[in-house]
Ligand binder design. Structure first.
Ligand code: H79
Length: 457
């Protein structure tokens, strides 16, 4: 093969691959996302985000309150009082499991720099608290025991570290900026800081074998596109099938979280505090809080059961995963109100999980009334509210509907087939007050079904 042909082959295989993610980005086009790991991730649909640290003693927001609501000196010494004697890994994992969650992502280190494990590379960690030991070992062992995947949130910024050059809070603090480091001293510090990050990440991966690394903080000016691609490659080299979110690099588009182009590294996109846009070709995960704050706050307003379940359904119907955040208290327990709410979501999933797990979003684009998922030879219509009449939808090209019924109900619903459309007669009262799910049995597998605009009702 000539050089040109080889180049073309690489280019084409990349185009086919590019359906799902950008992997290593332009510096490492051959470093593709691990396909089995991504499939498992997309099949699991629902995970628990955990934001935790000594700041729970104050009940203010993690990291962002440092130097704002809580003076820096005070904030940075909270760890000396942090003694979560009621932390119990089995309780956390059981709470996630009872919610129907399949994985957990824990803030091993947030922007405040505090480390939840016993790190060789810093003393600003759990081992230096009165508690006296890290909590990640227990958590990872418990997750393995209960069949839950574990991922590590690890932010790129560390406002506490002497070598990290960005200052927060600061009047010049800006989101999504990239500046060349011209000062050689600052450059040297940043190089050292990157080695610190690499060491810690290697330490975490080798000791606790996470399934994902969830970066954050990539918007700060000191972090560059090149650094992002290098860090991605470094981690894949330690653990080939690890998944890394798109915040490792500079390709994220604001809070919508989509990846700007395949030149940027990352395995999945990360909308924050919002349900991602309908996208069934690129992998994505919305992170959304169960209350308002990421970290624990007394009497923080909880989302209702219906809001939580509808958020899950809308996310999955749009093609994504939901990473629902809880903030445990300073004593180590997850607040009872949150445990109850999570259990309510789990009870809904006990009934309707077949319409969530292992499905893919669509084929119908989400609207006010409905989102859809599909798997095998079935389409699931998730009703967010009563459609005020019947459901009229276009038939996906080449497909026929054989019958329709509510999930867990044997009786068929009345179904009328028209030219290119079908109508499901919806009873006046829906069976579930949160989300009712209709299953449509199709004439063949829906695996390669294309998305359908559902303009007709
Ligand atoms: O870890 C969580 C957040 O701390 C972090 N990403 C998620 C997963 C995050 N990074 N950036 N942002 C959140 C957006 C920042 C918003 C802010 Fe603010 C507005 C920072 C300061 C003003 C929100 C409101 C936080 C403090 C006040």
């Amino acid at each position: 093969m000539t050089k040109h042909v080889i180049f073309l082959v690489i280019l084409l295989s990349n185009v086919v691959y590019a359906q799902n993610s950008s992997g290593g980005g332009e510096a490492y086009p051959y470093l593709k996302t691990n396909v089995e790991a991504l499939k498992k991730f997309q099949d699991s649909k629902f995970g628990m985000f955990i934001h935790w640290g000594p700041v729970a003693l104050r009940g203010t927001e993690i990291s962002w309150s440092r130097g704002v609501q809580v003076p820096i000196d005070d904030y940075d010494n909270l760890y000396k009082e942090f003694n979560p004697v009621l932390f119990n890994a089995s309780d956390w994992v059981t709470t996630a499991k009872n919610a129907g969650m399949k994985y957990i992502v824990l803030t091993t280190r947030h922007h405040d720099g505090f480390c939840l494990w016993d790190s060789k590379y810093t003393n600003y960690d759990m081992a230096s608290t009165p508690y006296g030991k890290g909590i990640i070992k227990d958590l990872s062992e418990e997750c393995k025991k209960q069949g839950i995947d574990l991922g590590f949130y690890y932010t790129i910024c560390d406002w506490h570290h002497e070598d990290y050059p960005v200052v927060y809070p600061d009047e010049n603090y800006k989101f999504h900026e990239e500046k060349e480091i011209t000062n050689p001293e600052v450059k040297q510090k940043m190089d050292r800081y990157i080695v610190y990050m690499e060491n810690q990440l290697k330490e975490l991966i080798e000791a606790y074998d996470p399934s994902f690394i969830w970066f954050d903080g990539e918007w700060e000016w000191a972090w560059t596109h090149e650094m992002g691609m290098e860090l991605y490659a470094y981690l894949r080299n330690i653990k080939e099938d690890i998944l890394i979110n798109n915040r490792v690099d500079k390709g994220r588009e604001g809070m919508a979280g989509t990846t700007k182009s395949y030149k940027y590294a990352g395995d999945y996109a990360t909308p924050e505090r919002e349900i991602g846009k309908y996208d069934v070709t690129n992998a994505w995960e919305s992170c959304i809080t169960i209350a308002n704050q990421w970290a624990w706050k007394a009497n923080d307003k909880l989302k209702t059961r219906k809001q939580c379940i509808q958020t899950l359904v809308q996310t999955v119907g749009g093609g994504g995963n939901l990473l629902l955040n809880v903030g445990p208290m300073a004593d180590g327990r997850i607040e009872e109100r949150q445990v109850v709410r999570l259990k309510e979501i789990g009870s809904w999933l006990d009934l309707y999980g077949e319409a969530i797990y292992n499905t893919r979003g669509g084929p119908y684009l989400p609207n006010d009334y409905l989102v859809s998922t599909h798997k095998d030879n079935k389409i699931y219509l998730h009703l967010l509210k009563h459609p005020d009449g019947n459901i009229n939808l276009p038939l996906p090209k080449g497909f026929e509907v054989k019958n329709a019924h509510f999930v867990n109900q044997a009786d068929f619903l009345n179904l009328k087939i028209k030219k290119g459309y079908f109508e499901v007669i919806v009873p006046e009262k829906l069976p579930d007050s949160d989300v009712s799910v209709i299953v449509l049995e199709m004439n063949k597998s829906t695996i390669n079904m294309k998305s359908v605009e559902n303009d007709v009702y």
